[in-house]
Design a binder for this molecule. Structure first.
Ligand SMILES: O=P(O)(O)OC[C@H]1O[C@H](OP(=O)(O)OP(=O)(O)O)[C@H](O)[C@@H]1O
Ligand SMILES: Nc1nc2[nH]cnc2c(=O)[nH]1
Length: 186
């Protein structure tokens, strides 16, 4: 259980309704995913891990340290929620990776798959660069999207349909620094 005072210090006194995934649960799952990714690709082929900012920054930095093989890391910046808790349906690509994707095994790392709008916008664009393979690794999956162009190969946890925060996930840019995932009181 996280220290309540430390949590309230991080949330500015705003209480959480509940904790969904603890720091320890996340660390354990991240280690498992790192091991699976390490085993998934031939060691002599190129791997590029591409994080979607901002939400994936903590998950990505933890998971890449559990992948025991040579690899490149790069980022995209995509945004569609603004300050709200519902997707606007419009994904703004604020920064596109300049890395070469062609011929490489590419893993797109997401903090969460919710409506699927972000993945459905980014994946077809990445495919135009002819990667050797393209997979998605998402920490959380709400299993709402019915029309995903590609199901994530690696998922940390199935996520309830609440708006969740912490471990990189924000509400109006706050709460990304919580070391666990929870739901704030409305
Ligand atoms: O499946 P979807 O409904 O598209 O939701 C998932 C996306 O929503 C969040 O990004 P957001 O637009 O909030 O930007 P952020 O990463 O900067 O917080 C999250 O990081 C995912 O990229
Ligand atoms: N912080 C946060 N961002 C999201 N983006 C899509 N779904 C969510 C969610 O539940 N929480």
């Amino acid at each position: 259980m996280p220290d309540t005072e430390l949590t309230l210090a991080r949330t500015g006194g705003r209480p959480l309704s509940r904790i969904l995934f603890s720091t320890e649960q996340i660390a354990e799952r991240v280690r498992e995913i790192g091991r699976e990714i390490t085993e998934a690709y031939p060691k002599d082929e190129e791997l590029l891990v591409l994080g979607t900012l901002k939400g994936s920054f903590i998950f990505l930095s933890d998971v890449v340290r559990e992948i025991a093989r040579p690899m490149e890391v790069d980022f995209l910046i995509a945004s569609s929620y603004g300050g709200g808790t519902v997707s606007t349906g419009e994904v703004s690509l604020l920064y596109d990776s300049s890395s070469v994707l062609t011929g490489k095994h590419v893993i797109l790392v997401e903090d969460i798959v919710d409506s699927g709008t972000t993945l459905n916008r980014l994946l077809p664009q990445l495919r135009t660069h002819n990667p050797a393979s393209l997979e998605v690794c998402a920490l959380l999956h709400k299993h709402i999207a019915r029309d995903l162009v590609l199901e994530p190969r690696w998922v940390g946890f199935d996520c309830p349909h609440d708006f969740v925060i912490g471990y990189g996930l924000d509400h109006s840019e706050y709460f990304r620094n919580l070391p666990f995932i929870g739901v704030i009181q409305p």
